[in-house]
Design a binder for this molecule. Structure first.
Ligand code: DLZ
Length: 156
C-alpha cells in the first residue's frame, strides 16, 4: 500500500512574500536577495507582491520575521544574511540566535519563515554560497518558502 504523499507545489502566483536581509556583509547579502527574487519571479510571483525589509545585522532578523509573520500581510517570510566566523568573534552567538530565533518565529506564528543565512568560516566560503560556486542560499530559501506556502495552504 502506498501512503498519500503531500508536498508543496512550486507555484508562487497569488502569494505575498517578505524578504528580510541584513546590511552586515552587504555585497554578499545582496547576492542572496537577487537569488531569492530570481526564484520568486521565475515561480510566478507578482513583483508587487514582494516586499524587501533591511535590518542592521543577522541578530535583528528573527524579531522582524516574527512581527511580519504575525501581522498577517505575508504568506511567507524569507530571511537572508551572511555571518562570517573570520570577522566575528561572537560568531556562534549571532549564528545560533539567528537560527533559533527564526525557528521559534515560524513555530509561534504558523507562517513559513525560511532560513537563508550563510554561516561561513571565510569570506571566500561565503561568496561561494552566495551564488559564486556552490549555489545561492537566497534562491534556495525562496524555493523552500514557495513550497511550504503551497503545502500549508493544502492543509488549511
Ligand atoms: C556585530 C556583528 C558581527 C561582529 N558580525 C556580524 C556578521 O558577520 N554578520 C551579521 O549579519 N551581523 C554581524 N554583526 C551584527 C549583529 O548581527 C547585530 O547587528 C549587532 O550586534 C547589533 O545588535
Amino acid at each position: 500500500m502506498q501512503p498519500i504523499v503531500h508536498q508543496g507545489k512550486l507555484n508562487a502566483a497569488g502569494f505575498r512574500f517578505a524578504i528580510i536581509s541584513s546590511r552586515w556583509n552587504e555585497p554578499l547579502t545582496m547576492r542572496l536577495v537577487e537569488g531569492a527574487l530570481d526564484a520568486l519571479i521565475r515561480l510566478g510571483a507578482d513583483e508587487s507582491a514582494i516586499e524587501h525589509f533591511r535590518v542592521p545585522g543577522s541578530f535583528e532578523i528573527p524579531p522582524l520575521a516574527r512581527k511580519l509573520a504575525a501581522a498577517g500581510r505575508f504568506d511567507a517570510v524569507i530571511c537572508l544574511g551572511v555571518i562570517i566566523r573570520g570577522e566575528t568573534p561572537h560568531f556562534e552567538y549571532v549564528a545560533s540566535c539567528a537560527a533559533t530565533g527564526i525557528a521559534q518565529a515560524a513555530m509561534e506564528t504558523g507562517v513559513p519563515i525560511t532560513f537563508g543565512i550563510v554561516t561561513a568560516e571565510t569570506v571566500e566560503q561565503a561568496m561561494d554560497r552566495a551564488g559564486l560556486k556552490a549555489g545561492n542560499k537566497g534562491f534556495e530559501a525562496a524555493l523552500a518558502a514557495v513550497e511550504l506556502v503551497n503545502l500549508y495552504h493544502e492543509i488549511d
